[in-house]
Design a protein around this ligand. Structure first.
Ligand SMILES: [Zn+2]
Length: 276
């Protein structure tokens, strides 16, 4: 699944490579299934995108919005897989969930791995979409200050009991983070995935805030994680400290064997000594 850094990378590359291109034909692909979320019929999508121009793209959490000018917004979200630019038809995949053919003979394809949204809105209405409407600040937004973060923890602590991992991966409390990046954030913060959110003292809150900011920036600077590809089908340069390859290997800080556990909808990798 693409998380915030992968979406930021894709958005930057859309702006470099796709902005200004004219759509000859837009298609919702040849491989639909019920986990691909569309809001238009094939005919509608083709008609509404014809001769439109690619405008600016922006990432927001695990969502990305591309202006289709005039008047529309292409929304990709909650997806993984591949979103690829093709200079010519030679590299087009056999199956895809989205295809934009441009007048200069180049193409964009999107193929989501599990689920994901490929939707087209009248510009402005995308902000009313579930998950985009009322989205909380993401870690790269100016509003995501330590004060905001600490208040968010207080707000969540007033409700049901949660863990540190739940804060990072559940309910879009911090939009854009997911199970992959959460592992390294918790390691950097020295927090066990099950560490209760109510038990975070001010110093631990600072450490966690810093770990979120630094890890997100590090992944963005490296162009995403090594197990995802960008618009040009290149893998990202960020190698995770805590992932399936690190289980059973020595912790880079204390050499204790890294453990794996299933918790909250995904595997966790952590150092039982460094993370309490
Ligand atoms: Zn350790």
């Amino acid at each position: 699944m693409f998380e915030l850094p992968e979406m930021v990378t894709l958005a930057r590359q859309f702006n470099q490579t796709l902005r200004g291109k004219v759509i000859r034909k837009g298609s919702l692909g040849n491989s639909p299934h019920k986990f691909v979320w569309y809001n238009r019929s094939h005919a509608e999508f083709e008609q509404l995108t014809e001769r439109k121009i690619i405008g600016t793209t922006q990432a927001r959490g695990r969502w990305m919005m591309t202006a289709i000018e005039p008047g529309y917004m292409l929304v990709l979200g909650e997806c993984g897989g591949k979103v690829l630019f093709h200079p010519s038809q030679q590299t087009l995949p056999a199956k895809y969930h989205l295809l934009l053919e441009f007048t200069d003979g180049s193409y964009l394809t999107g193929m989501t791995q599990m689920w994901g949204a490929f939707e087209l809105y009248e510009a402005g209405l995308e902000l009313e979409r579930q998950y985009i409407k009322d989205m909380r600040p993401t870690p790269i937004d100016a509003e995501f200050t330590f004060e905001y973060f600490s208040n968010l923890i207080d707000e969540l602590n007033a409700g049901a009991k949660r863990s540190a991992k739940a804060l990072l991966t559940q309910e879009q409390s911090i939009p854009g983070l997911g199970n992959a990046i959460a592992q390294d954030i918790l390691f950097q913060a020295g927090l066990h995935p099950r560490h209760p959110l109510t038990g975070l003292n001010p110093v631990e809150r600072q450490e966690l805030y810093r770990a979120i900011q630094e890890t997100v920036q590090a992944v963005i600077e490296k162009g995403g994680r090594y197990d995802e590809v960008d618009l040009y089908n290149q893998t990202g340069g960020y190698i995770r400290t805590m992932d399936s390859k690190s289980a059973g290997k020595p912790c880079p800080v204390c050499a204790t064997s890294i453990e794996k556990m299933q918790y909250l909808g995904g595997a966790c990798y952590f150092c039982p000594r460094c993370q309490e």
